[in-house]
Design a protein around this ligand. Structure first.
Ligand SMILES: *[C@@H]1O[C@H](CO)[C@@H](O)[C@H](O)[C@H]1NC(C)=O
Ligand SMILES: *[C@@H]1O[C@H](CO)[C@@H](O)[C@H](O)[C@H]1NC(C)=O
Ligand SMILES: *[C@@H]1O[C@H](CO)[C@@H](O)[C@H](O)[C@H]1NC(C)=O
Length: 185
């Protein structure tokens, strides 16, 4: 009996440490072509504790005609078509990651897709941002490892528009760069 309890505790604790390992890190190399511009960068994710994921975004080469705010989301799948052009490659990651089947919204809203990060601000062709998100995680539930971060051509209306698409994709337009999220450590 004591042995069984010991085994139970051991399996529970190993489950906890694999599911909720703190300080776990992940990254995505983001790239895309937009007209003649090469958009390049990375996103670094660090799990601070069970609920708080620190996200650092650094992307350069964004053409001056775009912005100053661009929609940025975690999409459901990995990049299923890595050899295609930017549009097809990034669209192969599917829709916004939305396991709770909610309408689209801002990162700060309760009504949002799990993958909704809102807009990134562009300065001089560059996005340099960091924020903490309470829904996306590097562990279950809402694990984003193996999914894809996507930067879009237009500003995200954050679900506040009058049309149907506003509640689906925020009218942020086609993808201009993306990268699949992988384990770092
Ligand atoms: C990307 O490839 C698709 C399918 O091959 C094609 O329809 C589309 O026009 C291409 N887009 C660009 C910007 O080249
Ligand atoms: C969306 O959320 C961001 C981050 O919390 C906030 O800075 C911004 O004001 C929000 N936008 C709207 C329109 O609520
Ligand atoms: C603007 O971006 C370019 C290219 O990344 C860089 O060379 C330049 O120093 C930047 N200018 C400012 C004012 O940050």
């Amino acid at each position: 009996m004591k042995y069984l309890i010991f085994l139970l505790i051991l399996s529970l604790s190993s489950n906890l440490s694999t599911n909720y390992q703190l300080s776990k890190k992940a990254f995505a190399i983001v790239e895309g072509e937009y007209e003649k511009s090469h958009i390049r960068g990375h996103v670094i994710f660090k799990q601070l504790n069970i609920f708080n994921l620190h996200v650092m975004v650094h992307i350069t080469g964004i053409p001056s005609k775009l912005g100053p705010r661009l929609g940025f989301h975690v999409h459901k799948n990995g990049i299923l078509n890595p050899l295609a052009n930017t549009t097809v490659r990034c669209e192969s990651a599917g829709p916004h990651y939305n396991p709770l089947n909610r309408p689209h919204g801002n990162i700060s809203s309760w009504k949002r897709h799990v993958g909704d990060y809102g807009n990134m601000v562009v300065h001089n062709g560059t996005i340099k941002a960091q924020f903490v998100d309470r829904l996306t995680r590097l562990h279950r539930p809402f694990n984003i490892i193996g999914r894809t971060v996507v930067l879009h051509e237009r500003e995200d209306d954050l679900g506040l528009g009058a049309d149907k698409n506003s509640k689906i994709n925020g009218n942020s337009g086609p993808p201009i760069a993306c990268g699949m999220i992988g384990v770092w450590s």
